[in-house]
Write a protein that binds this ligand. Sequence first.
Ligand code: NAD
Length: 294
Amino acid sequence: MALLLDGKKVAQKIKNQLKDEIKKYTSKGLRNPSLAVVLVGNDPASEVYVRNKRKACEEVGINSIYIHLKEEIPEEELLKYIERLNKDDEVDGILVQLPLPKHINTQNIITAIDPHKDVDGFHPENIGKLATGMKDCIIPCTPLGIWILLKEYEIQTYKKDVVMVGASNIVGKPMSLLLLRNEEATVTVCHRNTKDLAHHTRQADILIVAVGKPHLITEDMVKEGAVVVDVGINRLENGKLVGDTDFEALLNKVSAITPVPGGVGPMTVASLLVNTVSIYRQKHGFEKHPLTDI
Ligand code: NAD
């Protein structure tokens, strides 16, 4: 039976540590760290994500500033909000919940965020620094969360064959860059045009899947004893939340696997808090947060 990589438990441990850390700062007279969360429109899934992120901020003592804008807001107006948040010294991190409405150019918005406040790590400057191994970048939250989770369970990436299924800007690409950062793992990246997906996934010592298709990875597609990280979040017609892998079937074949829910999701939120505190620390003359030191 596979070991369950319990993201919920590890995320709670991180939140407890952050809470204690923030208390130390405020007891010295410093203000609380703060995160501006911008939501455009009323997408129900985005509303749930934003609510969870803000709740997590509250739990640890991060002040969350919520800016909820109407769906029809013109891009120029949204850019003005970002500009204001960039200039506001009381704001440490800025998060714009994605996806944005179709009339807004997402890349323009991401690029407008001050890279030092870009808590999601999506700004081209941060991605470029991640790619070139510069240590002063902000690492995107889901890859950082996966990294911390693997380390917590002492799962080594050194000299491992890692297969990343999914090549999005927010998960697949930055995850691959993170794994390449110290030339530890050998990384294969698969996507919608990969010729023979199973051929690659069967080679993986560590298989990370971020596609958004339930049951994409079946038991015959994984190697005995592999470690599987399932990033996918899919809601079935019966309301059940599942990942991208055939979880029940994989349990008897792999050595470790993340459950959905309760795996990568809570780690992503915990990493958002870590990134916010890390930005705050550097603003106040401290080192970046040790969990981000990769
Ligand atoms: P995306 O739609 O931006 O990218 C999907 C990727 O999968 C693309 O690179 C595409 O080429 C690839 N793909 C599509 N079909 C494929 C196939 N048949 N075989 C191989 N590759 C295929 O998605 P995303 O934003 O990266 O998110 C992926 C999934 O992860 C979604 O379910 C999303 O909800 C979830 N997600 C979870 C978290 C979390 O914290 N748990 C965070 C971000 C995203």
